[in-house]
Design a protein around this ligand. Structure first.
Ligand SMILES: [Zn+2]
Ligand SMILES: [Zn+2]
Length: 277
């Protein structure tokens, strides 16, 4: 049976609720899935605390995805098998969430100044359960209100770096993220290394406490997979992979189970004692 170690829910910027995601994964015959929402573990908490954490049929790995600070490149770090109740992790996530709120308010204020009729409630209504209000939520409201045909166009007109309504992110340093994941008992894994667009930086991260490399990813071609597999060997790292599932038809893969990895990779990071229920 196949597995998917990189999936988002409506608690960050995905479409599915955690229970919908688990149901879809079961229906697709997946054996292991990891829920890796941006900057939040609320989706996993929601499963744990509502008796929705399945005890049979599928294994769930509690995870998270952080964006790390870098002046130029996009560095995303996944954490697997984290203790979602760990105090230091909770403190750090509160810090990140608060910064997201500030950024989001500033973005809406700038848009209003530019004449866009948008307010915080519009964005919050659309964001629903999401604890990670982001530019994509703001972009979707602008599309819904008819200002732009697509989110992509809203980004390139006003929301992108260098454009009038852009507000810089608050980002944790890679070392901070790696350390917080480890303190919460988790495994830090560098997500989609190809998307970092700088292999020297990837190799330097491999030597700064990263314990795994996301070798299998929809945007990695066969040569990328070979290349990052070799890098994982060179630095004695775990190999992981996943679809980065968000559940929106415009982003591949649109369905659960379309892009999967072999179970053997999931088995290496799954720890039975961390699963509840
Ligand atoms: Zn990512
Ligand atoms: Zn992701």
């Amino acid at each position: 049976m196949p597995s998917d170690l990189h999936m988002h829910t409506a608690f960050s910027d995905g479409k599915f609720t955690p229970e919908e995601l688990v149901a879809a994964a079961k229906a697709a015959g997946l054996k292991y899935i990891a829920i890796t929402d941006h900057d939040t573990v609320e989706g996993i908490r929601h499963l744990y605390e509502n008796g929705l954490y399945p005890s049979r049929g599928i294994h769930i790995i509690p995870g998270i995805e952080f964006h790390a600070h870098h002046p130029v490149q996009e560095i995303h770090i996944l954490g697997y098998n984290i203790d979602i109740y760990h105090r230091d992790l909770a403190d750090k996530l509160n810090e990140v969430t608060e910064a997201r709120w500030t950024r989001f308010s500033e973005m809406v204020a700038k848009l209003r100044q530019e004449g866009y009729n948008i307010n915080e409630t519009d964005v919050l209504t659309l964001a629903g359960t999401s604890r990670a209000i982001s530019r994509s939520h703001v972009g979707r409201v602008l599309v819904k209100k008819g200002y732009f045909p697509t989110v992509r166009e809203a980004f390139s007109a006003v929301l992108e770096k260098g454009k009038s309504c852009y507000v810089p992110h608050f980002r944790l340093e890679p070392e901070d993220i790696i350390s917080i994941i480890k303190r919460a008992g988790g495994i830090p894994v560098l997500a989609h290394p190809r998307m970092v667009h700088d292999d020297a930086l990837v190799e330097s991260l491999c030597q700064r406490g990263i314990e795994g490399l996301e070798v299998f990813y929809p945007k990695h071609d066969a040569a990328d997979v070979r290349h990052y597999m070799e890098m994982a060997e060179k630095y004695h790292l775990l190999v992981t992979g996943g679809s980065d599932f968000h559940g929106f038809p415009t982003r591949y893969p649109a369905e659960v189970g379309v892009f999967t990895v072999e179970d053997k990779w999931a088995e290496k990071i799954f720890r039975v004692e961390k699963a509840l229920g």
